[in-house]
Design a protein around this ligand. Structure first.
Ligand SMILES: [Zn+2]
Ligand SMILES: [Zn+2]
Length: 242
């Protein structure tokens, strides 16, 4: 090991030790939050999505199928989102996506697992993949990190070598709603057809649903019967087709 490697290993070990011994400041208010990334007070004020459509997770006054799902149901059979995509969840998801705050994936997964563990769980988790070029740029796929943490918490396997992104599309959030459907056309490919009958697709936010719809369609084609979509947050826009 040369001296640069040794120094970087020592710095890494020191960082690990430091984070174990020293309390972490809350990402939102900066006060001490123990070993979690948010303090108790901030956690209690997060915008939990209490009632939503079981099929597309659109926020509703009560838990029932929404008008969109009654008329033109999305490809997935069920959706679960823990939060409304409101402040400060939007900010925390940006942190998770771009600022390498992977402790957040552990935090979100723990909160999601708490609610999901009561359900009939899928046999496999499949994260929505990034295109290899985007993955190189960002260094990690936030959906895979979340899926790995959920897999650990719920004891379900996770596979990231089944669904591949073959089209390098601009981020959905950067496009007007009208262009998002077209953007995702033929974006994915299946690499392995040995997939159980009940799976959950994992992503950070569910907005128009075009991305998961395309992914679910291709999985349905190869015989997956029950497809769920699990995301950290759901946007509140109810005026776009899921
Ligand atoms: Zn706080
Ligand atoms: Zn719905």
């Amino acid at each position: 090991m040369n001296s640069t490697d040794l120094l970087s290993t020592l710095a890494h070990r020191f960082g690990q030790l430091y984070s174990k011994l020293m309390p972490i400041p809350c990402l939102l208010c900066g006060s001490s939050s123990g070993s979690d990334c948010l303090c108790q007070a901030c956690r209690e004020h997060l915008p939990i999505l209490s009632h939503s459509c079981p099929r597309c997770a659109s926020p509703l006054q009560q838990t029932a199928l929404c008008g969109h799902c009654l008329n033109k149901p999305p490809e997935q059979d069920a959706s679960f989102s823990l939060f409304r995509y409101h402040s400060p969840i939007d900010r925390l998801i940006v942190d998770l996506k771009y600022h390498d705050t992977l402790a957040l994936s552990r935090f979100f997964a723990a909160q999601m697992a708490e609610q999901l563990k009561e359900r009939a769980l899928p046999q496999l988790l499949i994260p929505i993949p990034l295109h290899p070029r985007r993955l190189r740029q960002r260094g990690y796929n936030q959906s895979l990190e979340l899926a790995k943490q959920l897999a650990k918490q719920l004891t379900i396997p996770v596979r990231h070598d089944i669904l591949m992104r073959i089209k390098d599309t601009p981020p959905q959030a950067s496009l007007p709603f009208s262009e998002r459907k077209n953007n995702m056309k033929e974006a994915f490919q299946i690499n392995n057809t040995d997939i159980p009958a009940h799976i959950a697709l994992i992503d950070d936010v569910l907005t128009t649903g075009h991305t998961v719809n395309v992914a679910a369609k291709i999985l349905r084609k190869i015989g997956v019967q029950n497809i769920e979509v699990w995301t950290i947050a759901r946007t509140i826009k109810n005026d776009v087709s899921p």
